[in-house]
Design a protein around this ligand. Structure first.
Ligand code: GDP
Length: 473
């Protein structure tokens, strides 16, 4: 073990001991909220916090239903090193007179919500109310896809990324980047302008793959740079390995930057933030992927398996020594269930469950409790049954985002057996054979909330019960 790693570990041990001592008095739940871009993290956190502050719609959160949450209030966060989640701005966007969706997650942020909780059952006689802090950390799921880089060198990573770019799902996006690579000589001396152009093409390729619905787009910071935009640690690209690479070559420069990316970007995130979480919700836009087609769904499945692997890394993983308290509950939540009539919600949950099944079995094997749900953090629709060609059809009605007009939509019938989607996706089908799915974005509804009520949702209270309910006893 090298010296930096040893010092890191010792610092962590001291901090963890300090944390454990202070938490005897005021327990802290560290909830990580992640998911790929546009999965619904920002809307989830905003609605969860608003619904914990005003608990009228939280019937399935036992402590709330039993009236044991005496008060809830926002507090200054303990971690001064990362931005605060802009709760007030996001809530104002959703609940103002002209409601609009808030700005999505671009980087890491955090928020502390403190709950004053009266004890229940056995503990009732043991003392008065106590304070439980809920520290919510919002971070892009794309960042988790970077963990495998920690055990790879530049040559291996380049070879893997080049091979991936030639697969059918990606080839259409990689053309301009591969053409630029073909005219670059990795053994030639570094020229900063062409290096930048090459990195730009590589980033464009990742962006275009992402836009088409593909999920695995590492390195994660290329599309979600946070405050690192334009820095050398983000200015590189995979390269074909030259026979010989002189010290001043493009290859050596990109190899150095790749190592800098691991050291300055990936390692600190996992060590300082990820390793401290003890509960985790992974939001999944399964409907969006189904809409984008079989390749997008298969890519989402692979990305989820990679994400899950980070929660339970093997003992030999780079991450293993940093994990103190392990994540002991993981919730997989398919978001935006309000696009479907409730009769289809169990099917959406079953697809989500099947999507993460393999990865989930591994996680459960190592002791984490996991669960799958379909939710809507903010319900933007109402349900209706309308006759169509003499048949009653279950639809949802809402205000369309593009036109602002009210419309009733039927997004397609999800199959009862998830295999009907997952098998063709695994087999590389180009499109769905006997079904069509369309997901049209709805605008957030105009709300008039009664006192004590948070924004309307679907099963957000169940999600909260699974994630924190046992710690509110
Ligand atoms: P993030 O990138 O994970 O932070 O994603 P956001 O929370 O910003 O959500 C992305 C988009 O998904 C939003 O702009 C909405 O269009 C949509 N969305 C998120 N949650 C819901 C929901 O509960 N219902 C509906 N109808 N749309 C949602």
């Amino acid at each position: 073990m090298n010296l930096t790693r040893l010092t890191d570990r010792l610092t962590r041990q001291v901090e963890d001991t300090y944390r454990d001592v202070t938490e005897v008095f005021d327990p802290v739940i560290r909830l990580g909220v992640t998911g790929l871009s546009r999965a619904g993290k920002t809307v989830f956190i905003t609605s969860l916090v608003a619904n914990l502050l005003d608990r009228g719609r939280m019937g399935q959160l036992r402590a709330a239903a039993e009236g044991r949450i005496l008060a809830a209030y926002l507090q200054p966060q303990p971690d001064h090193g990362i931005p605060r989640f802009a709760f007030e701005d996001h809530l104002a966007a959703l609940t103002g007179p002209e409601p609009h969706w808030p700005e999505s997650t671009r980087s890491i942020s955090t928020l502390r919500l403190s709950l004053r909780v009266a004890p229940s059952g056995f503990f009732t006689g043991l003392g008065g109310p106590r304070t439980v802090h809920l520290d919510i950390t919002d971070y892009p799921g794309e960042w988790l896809l970077d963990l495998p880089l920690m055990s790879q060198g530049f040559a291996d990573w380049s070879a893997g990324a080049l091979a991936a770019s030639r697969t059918p799902a990606r080839a259409a996006h990689a053309g301009a980047w591969l053409a630029a690579l073909a005219s670059a000589d990795p053994a030639a001396p570094l020229n900063e302008a062409s290096a930048r152009a090459l990195a730009g093409r590589f980033t464009d390729y990742l962006g275009s793959a992402r836009k088409s619905g593909l999920s695995s787009v590492a390195p994660g910071r290329f599309l979600m740079p946070g405050d690192l935009e334009g820095s050398p640690a983000l200015t590189f690209s995979p390269l074909p390995r030259p026979g010989r690479a002189p010290a001043n070559s493009l290859w050596r420069a990109f190899e150095d930057r790749f190592e800098a990316y691991k050291r300055l970007v990936v390692a600190p995130f996992f060590r300082n933030h990820f390793a401290r979480l003890d509960r985790q919700i992974v939001l999944i836009d399964a409907l969006g992927a189904i809409h984008d087609g079989p390749r997008a769904l298969e890519d989402l499945r692979t990305a989820m398996a990679e994400i899950l692997a980070t929660f339970r890394p093997g003992a030999s993983s780079w991450l293993a020594p940093f994990l103190g308290k392990r994540i002991d509950r993981i919730l997989f939540a398919a978001t935006k269930a309000d696009h479907l009539h409730h009769t289809q919600h169990p099917r959406l949950a079953a697809i989500t469950e099947a999507l993460v099944a393999e990865a989930r079995r591994r996680a459960r094997f190592r002791g984490a409790e996991t669960h799958a749900l379909s939710i809507a953090s903010l319900r933007a629709t109402v349900e209706q049954t309308i006759p169509r060609n003499g048949v009653a059809v279950d639809v949802v009605r809402g205000r369309l985002l593009d036109t602002g007009k009210e419309a009733a939509l039927f997004p397609g019938n999800l199959p009862e057996d998830p295999a009907a989607l997952l098998v063709p996706a695994r087999q590389g089908a180009g499109h769905w054979l006997d079904a069509a799915y369309s997901v049209t974005r709805f605008a957030p509804p105009r709300l008039s909330l009664a006192p004590g009520e948070g924004p309307p949702h679907i099963r957000l209270d169940r999600a909260a019960e699974f994630l924190i309910g046992d710690r509110l006893t």
